[in-house]
Write a protein that binds this ligand. Structure first.
Ligand SMILES: [Cu+2]
Length: 175
């Protein structure tokens, strides 16, 4: 249905454009010999368009750069920030410490002992709430504020070998 509407609309617009081109072509040999004023006004319009485009570009650049450094976009902790080290290896997660309080913001320092892993944090209802890469030789910072009590789970999101599915760790969050 919608395809038909788009199709007939396109046909109509193309036919109208073709008719316009034919009309301009038919009148092309009519006497219009003084192009000077036309060229001058076209150049004026072009200058205005360039200035407008520059203004828009500068506006968007300012708006996107003002947030730098983007660290400020991390969720603002309500209280003190806890810290935990999360290390992935074939095939386990070691998260230390692994017990936190509700409302606590935890800064996970995520790394790997061997190959790339995907650090994924799941809430007690098995909904993913945060994730980052775990890479050997790098530490990625992941902040999460625990909003409900229960047992959270850490799983691997990147296929890393035979027992990839066995990479599980628990994090207990209490009131
Ligand atoms: Cu893995």
């Amino acid at each position: 249905m919608i395809q038909d509407v788009v199709w007939y609309t396109s046909i109509f617009i193309m036919a109208a454009l073709a008719a316009l081109f034919a009309w301009v072509a038919a009148g092309a040999d009519a006497a219009l010999t003084n192009y000077g004023p036309v060229i001058a006004s076209a150049y004026r319009l072009r200058s205005w368009l360039f200035a407008a485009a520059l203004l828009v570009l500068l506006g968007f650049s300012y708006r996107s750069l003002i947030e730098l450094p983007y660290v400020s976009l991390l969720p603002r902790p309500l209280g003190p920030v806890g810290s935990a080290l999360a290390t992935g290896e074939q095939w386990a997660w070691v998260v230390s410490p692994n017990a936190f309080r509700v409302g606590q913001t935890v800064e996970f320092k995520v790394t790997s002992k061997d190959v790339n892993h995907g650090f994924a944090l799941y809430d007690p209802g098995m909904r993913i709430v945060a994730q980052t890469q775990a890479m050997p030789g790098y530490i990625n910072i992941l902040r999460h504020t625990f909003s409900q009590p229960g047992t959270y789970h850490v799983l691997c999101l990147e296929f890393c070998g035979l027992a990839h599915h066995d990479m599980k760790a628990d994090i207990v969050v209490t009131q």
